[in-house]
Design a protein around this ligand. Structure first.
Ligand SMILES: Nc1ncnc2c1ncn2[C@@H]1O[C@H](COP(=O)(O)OP(=O)(O)O)[C@@H](O)[C@H]1O
Ligand SMILES: [Mg+2]
Length: 410
């Protein structure tokens, strides 16, 4: 068996992720056999590397390798593309044409996005997999071929089967061996490794100095979700390489290239990769919630004070209603009318009620204040002192942030 590192080098595969290594090792092991392989994984994870490795390490390497994107060929022509057609089989079929299964005889066919194959084509494919037989479109003559199939999909095949979009028998035939590829977001340090590789490649291609990421920008890169996986990362590296004049990339610059889909960015950019930092992230989120709660408590205090002071109760009630509604909306709470109002009984105090309440209030407000200061400090640090960005992240106005910086002497 060829060495794993040598294979990676030969096929330009970057990364040390354990699941990636396992996938490549599996490909190396099945390559000499004729077994069908199904490569699974999200779009852009590098599925096309696997059939190339399998073909090159097999006895078929001197015969043809054909990659077919099943999702890109119109339903009306796919049978003809794969299996060929007879002259006159349909309008425009002026000549007999060989299909991929005939051309690749003795070689390998990679069926990318195999889940997109029309059901009628699936029937033909099943037959060729079972006994090597196929029939050209418009012909009645059975032909033989010897082709090894590697298929790939980014869709959930079990779901496709249950919706009767994919034949179960064909699925089992194709997936004798399944090779799953990990998503980029689960590959930790590989993300930076790949970024550096792409940065170097594009620097060479465009004859410019290589871009580099500031330390905090690396943290952002590692915590990004990458819905488009390696393809997206490569794309981002290329864009930055071309567009940015300053070759040292700051976190702010980088963020401009990462689409701000709500689910793509961690709730608070904690800075570490998700696997190690779940706890840290959770803590940050807790602080943010506490911070919001403090604001709400202040609102509620004001509301109570108004109620106590005001004689014009109608206006106050209207204002308060609006305030309460806003608080409920901010926190995505159930509708006001569905909330049961609970009377909180007074805590009996051994001395007097007033002292007791005061102490609690002070304790709570102190710890919240500490968290608030910490949050502001963190956010300012992370945003390199840029108040606008920090305020946005903290969910407060720039003016409020300015006031708090003064108040806490930050
Ligand atoms: N491990 C890797 N190292 C470097 N580049 C990679 C790696 N895996 C994939 N790529 C690149 O990422 C892009 C997407 O890969 P591709 O195989 O087309 O993804 P998929 O078929 O899973 O959608 C391609 O440009 C490919 O060259
Ligand atoms: Mg692909």
């Amino acid at each position: 068996m060829e060495n794993l590192q040598a294979i990676k080098q030969r096929f330009g595969i970057i990364g040390n992720d354990i699941h990636l290594n396992r996938a490549i090792e599996k490909a190396i092991r099945v390559a000499p056999t004729d077994i069908s392989v199904l490569v699974t994984g999200e779009s852009g994870v590098g599925k096309e590397n696997i059939p190339r490795i399998i073909h090159q390490l097999s006895h078929r390497k001197h015969a043809k390798y054909i990659a077919v994107n099943c999702g890109a060929i119109p339903e009306g022509t796919i049978d003809s593309e794969l299996f060929g057609h007879e002259k006159g089989a349909f309008t425009g079929a002026t000549q007999t044409r060989k299909g991929y299964f005939e051309v690749a005889d003795g070689g390998t066919i990679f069926l990318d996005e195999v889940g997109e194959l029309p059901l009628t084509t699936q029937v033909r494919l099943l037959r060729v997999l079972e006994n090597g037989e196929f029939i050209k479109v418009g012909s009645s003559q059975v032909q033989k071929t010897n082709v090894r199939i590697v298929a790939a999909t980014n869709v959930n095949m079990h779901e496709a089967i249950s919706k009767e979009k994919f034949r179960e028998d064909l699925y089992y035939r194709l997936s004798t061996i399944e090779i799953p590829l990990p998503s980029l977001r689960d590959r930790g340090e590989d993300i930076h490794l790949l970024f550096r590789k792409f940065a170097a490649d594009f620097a060479q291609k465009y004859r410019m100095p290589t871009i580099r990421l500031e330390e905090n920008a690396v943290k952002i890169l590692l915590s990004y979700n990458f819905p488009g996986n390696i393809r997206q990362l490569k794309n981002i590296a290329e864009q930055i390489s071309i567009v940015e004049e300053d070759r040292l990339i700051t976190p702010e610059k980088l963020l401009q290239y990462l689409p701000k889909n709500r689910s793509n960015l961690p709730a608070v950019i904690g800075g570490k990769s998700s696997s190690q930092s779940d706890f840290a992230n959770e803590r940050d989120i807790m602080y943010k919630i506490l911070f919001d709660m403090r604001n709400d408590i202040n609102d509620l205090k004001k509301l109570t004070l108004d109620l106590m002071q005001s004689s014009d109760s109608e206006q106050v009630q209207e204002d308060n209603h609006r305030l309460i509604e806003r608080i409920y909306q901010d926190h995505d709470l159930p509708e006001v009318s569905n909330v049961e109002v609970v009377q909180i009984p007074k805590v009996p105090s051994p001395q007097n009620d007033y002292d007791y309440a005061e102490t609690i209030e002070e304790d709570e407000s102190l710890s919240l204040q500490d968290k608030e200061i910490e949050m502001i400090r963190k956010s300012l640090e992370k945003n390199n002192g840029k108040r606008k960005l920090a305020a946005k992240e903290l969910g407060i106005s720039e003016r409020t942030l300015y006031r708090k910086i003064k108040q806490y002497d930050l």
